[in-house]
Design a protein around this ligand. Structure first.
Ligand SMILES: [Zn+2]
Length: 228
């Protein structure tokens, strides 16, 4: 609600303390915590919603609105060291490698960078043996997890991203759900039409914060989202 111009409500003198509900809501929106990151899960066509059955999927993390003047997301990576695995912004990338801000250890950007770097050392008469042990950063986590394990991974990743991420679940357009019991040849002919064109499920940070402040358990919420 716009602030009324002075004189429109002569009986109510503004003291600076009286504000309407609409004004409070407007303020709350203006000061809303902005999600800095996105966590995306992309399921393969073999997704199962059964709690005990693992489903293959790919997890990626993004910095929201970091590219193209706020119009695009910038991909993030994970530290390549198994005992760390912390999310790393590609802003930290150097020419061949990146130093993890968490464990301070080096990872290569990819295997080509590693090979190139080792070749350079060899040409300068340096034995690159130690470099051989340095891993490369992880761009996407390819996992095969049961819904509870995936919910655990998502909560862990969300917390590693300072609790400032939206979470998205995306489904394969080739995921097919049909009634096997009543399947007919005609149904098989029509398989293309029954492909699930399911929209991504999103759990925006605003809702996560609302749920958490109402005492909800994030992992439980994520599990519900994954199995629905
Ligand atoms: Zn690390």
């Amino acid at each position: 609600m716009p602030v009324s111009p002075s004189g429109s409500e002569p009986d109510k003198k503004r003291t600076g303390i009286e504000v309407s509900i609409e004004e409070i809501e407007e303020l709350a929106d203006a000061y809303e915590i902005r999600a800095k990151y996105k966590i995306e899960v992309i399921f393969s066509r073999h997704r199962s919603s059964l709690a005990h059955k693992p489903s293959p999927c790919m997890v990626q993390i993004w910095e929201s609105g970091k590219r193209l003047h706020g119009g695009g997301d910038q991909k993030m990576y994970w530290c390549g060291h198994d005992d760390c695995g912390w999310p790393i912004s590609s802003d930290n990338f150097a020419h061949f490698h990146v130093v993890c801000p968490k464990c301070q250890k080096e990872s290569f950007l990819d295997l080509d960078s590693k090979a190139q770097h080792m070749k350079n050392l060899r040409s300068r008469g340096i034995n690159p043996q130690d470099l051989g042990r340095i891993p490369q950063v992880v761009g996407e986590k390819l996992v095969n997890l049961t819904p509870p394990d995936l919910a655990r991974l998502l909560e862990k990743t969300w917390r590693q991203l300072d609790g400032l991420a939206d979470i998205y679940l995306k489904y394969s357009p080739y995921e097919i759900r049909y009634d096997a019991l009543h399947e007919t040849t005609k149904d098989m002919d029509n398989l293309d039409k029954v492909r699930v064109q399911r929209k991504p499920l999103s759990y925006p940070l605003k809702n996560i914060m609302k749920d958490l402040s109402a005492g909800a358990d994030l992992q439980g919420r994520l599990l519900m989202m994954i199995t629905c």
